[in-house]
Design a protein around this ligand. Sequence first.
Ligand SMILES: [Zn+2]
Length: 249
Amino acid sequence: MLNDDDLCRYARQVIIPNFNEKGQEKLLKTKCLIVGAGGLGCPVALYASAAGFGHIEIYDQDIIEISNLNRQIAHKNDNIGNSKSENLAQECMKINPNISVFPRKKNFNETINISNFNLIFDCSDNPKTKYTLNYLSHKYKKILISGSAVQMEGQLAIWKSGLNINYPCYECVFPKSDEKAPITNCREAGIIGPVTGLIGSMQVNEAIKEVVLKNYQSTAGNLFLYDGLTQNLDKIKLKKNRQCPICSK
Ligand SMILES: [Zn+2]
């Protein structure tokens, strides 16, 4: 049962068909891991908090710098020099004090136990973390909602290989390679804020559907590619790699 405050707080979403109070109760019981408190992590954490995901943990050991502020929208000029994860958690609690948000001032690594989470948001900006999250999410049968953005382009995918053997995993589509990867980090290649904002919002949109809506067609197994120059949004059906070292066994 939702309390009176929550009935008012979530009034505009529980009236959506197939959502209702039961859907809101599911969101409030959902435990989210957010890896990264930057360009993607900020909108993901703010929208997930506003929507009423009941338990959120945010991993990031970085400190807020002035060059982050064009896109990391929870971090303000007064916060330069402070912890990203702590500041983002505080901003989330300002929006919604009825949920629990925990900052973790360290970078995510393979020793962190993810078994208690229901949803994993990959808001990281480096391949090592993305491969680690994919490995753990497959192993522990979690839904992994992965975003990335560089310059004026963004990507979004929902990975559920641990829950359904027919779905591909991140490594099926982006196999590890010895070749030097193209520059895809914001520091070297650049990024504009609206693209990270859009992809982060889409990550939470998918999360709400995965938790709340019954009988809907999951978008897992597709890759969404957004081009901010042309405003094209492409949806590409992905193939499972039957020799994938992570999910083929
Ligand atoms: Zn795979």
